[in-house]
Design a protein around this ligand. Structure first.
Ligand code: NAD
Ligand code: MG
Length: 397
């Protein structure tokens, strides 16, 4: 590629998506430069990345961790400047020097930094689905207003993006002749478990996903099918479709990453090995194509591709997410906040696995979810939902 290298900020650099993004960047040193790397509190992991990538800035949400990183890098004579706090995350996401922002913070913690990148009109590679689930219309309006290029990294949405006519989300005019979006789901590690078995599953079992190696929160979401629920909401916003136009299909092998069905009966799909480096590389280089380093798909070695309907009785989170999207307003922010509280409690052994959808459903029933036109109001709803969900955890023990 001719021209100067693209300058990148990686929000959530130390996570599963962040490290896989750096693995793709390492294959293309002439094409990309790292401007800023950020993390929540894992300063040692960020320190190692700073030594390799020598970014202009390293940002930690946690001030104490930032102090440790600053001392560490100073002792090494590093040129990287260390900043702390949410405002600094937004600052490095919106900086003039930056072309591309990889939004890979987990949860609603990514809302403000990701929105800062969108508002600054960046090329935004969206992995942090919760940011879109929480802010919805507000997020897409900001994309339109700033002219940001929004590129989906989530493998299913990246697949749908590739199966639609070329134009990025927020630009519309992509849906002529589209009858359905078919979102595939692996079914997670408990796909074949009975309700009795689900009652006693442990966090260790839940984070051991059969096909993907992901952060703990999304791994639990995959096990409850809340991940697919969040993705259904994400797809509604990205591709401007109502929930009724989206079908979820369980496909345990995770080789086919989602599909688009057209009016004439054509179904387009995107396939590949289950490796996030493929959608990351696609989003990084779109509309060009670059090597991702992912293992190639060998059709002669595929044992088969299976498909089945999701079971919303054993996995009610998918239904709860669809209903929240249909309810509108900030119901999806309430759903997301309650889920974050419930998943953290499950990982901490304070809540059993079947308790996750119970806490989410109860919170949705109790918290008012008005439509909000500014992010502070949305985050106030998020905070109210967290309080109600947390109170239910106390009531259950
Ligand atoms: P992870 O837990 O591995 O990493 C999360 C990153 O966010 C880390 O760098 C962490 O330091 C940072 N972080 C956490 N809390 C923070 C806070 N309060 N402020 C600032 N930074 C904070 O998560 P992941 O699996 O990489 O997922 C990241 C996002 O990508 C999630 O929204 C997830 O749904 C989405 N996603 C992940 C995958 C995957 O394969 N891992 C696939 C599709 C989508
Ligand atoms: Mg996904």
């Amino acid at each position: 590629m001719a021209g100067s290298p693209q300058q990148l900020t990686l929000l959530g650099a130390t996570g599963s998506i962040g490290t896989q993004t750096l693995a793709v960047l390492a294959l293309h040193p002439a094409r990309y430069r790292v401007y800023a790397l950020t993390a929540g509190s894992q300063w040692q992991a960020l320190a190692a990345q700073c030594e390799t990538w020598q970014p202009r800035y390293a940002v930690l949400a946690d001030a104490q961790a930032a102090l440790s990183l600053r001392n560490h890098l100073q002792a090494l004579g590093s040129q990287t400047e260390v900043l702390a706090g949410e405002a600094a995350l937004a600052q490095v996401a919106a900086a003039d020097e930056v072309d591309t922002v990889v939004a890979a913070i987990v949860g609603a913690a990514g809302v403000r930094p990701t929105l800062a990148a969108v508002r600054a009109g960046k090329r935004v590679l969206l992995a942090n689905k919760e940011a879109l689930v929480v802010t919805g219309q507000l997020f897409m309006d900001a994309v339109t207003a700033s002219g940001a290029s929004l590129l989906p990294v989530d493998s299913e949405h990246n697949a749908i993006f590739q199966c639609l006519p070329a134009c990025t989300p927020g630009q519309n005019a992509r849906l002529a002749g589209v009858r359905k979006l078919l979102l595939t789901a692996s079914g997670g590690p408990f796909r074949t478990f009975t309700a009795e078995q689900l009652a006693t599953v442990t966090p260790e079992q839940a984070v051991r996903h059969p096909n993907w190696n992901m952060g703990p929160k999304i791994s639990v979401d995959s096990a409850t099918l809340m991940n697919k629920g969040l993705e259904l909401i994400e797809a509604c916003w990205l591709f401007s479709v109502p929930p009724s136009l989206i079908d979820v299909v369980v496909h345990p092998q995770s080789v086919l990453h989602s599909m688009v069905e057209y009016d004439d009966g054509s179904v387009l799909a995107q396939l590949g090995t289950p490796d996030m480096k493929t959608p990351i590389a696609c989003a990084l280089s779109w509309p060009e194509r670059i090597d991702s380093g992912a293992r190639r798909l060998d059709f002669t070695r595929l044992a088969g591709l299976d498909f089945e309907a999701p079971d919303e009785t054993r996995f009610p989170c998918l239904r709860l997410a669809r209903e929240a999207m249909q309810a509108g307003g900030t119901a999806t922010a309430v759903l997301n906040a309650a889920n974050e509280v419930a998943v953290a409690a499950f990982l901490d052994r304070r809540l059993d696995f079947p308790g996750i959808p119970v806490v989410v459903a109860e919170t949705l029933a109790r918290v008012a979810a008005p439509a909000c036109t500014d992010v502070d109001a949305v985050m106030a709803v998020d905070a109210a939902a967290r309080r109600v969900a947390t109170a239910q955890l106390a009531a259950r023990t």
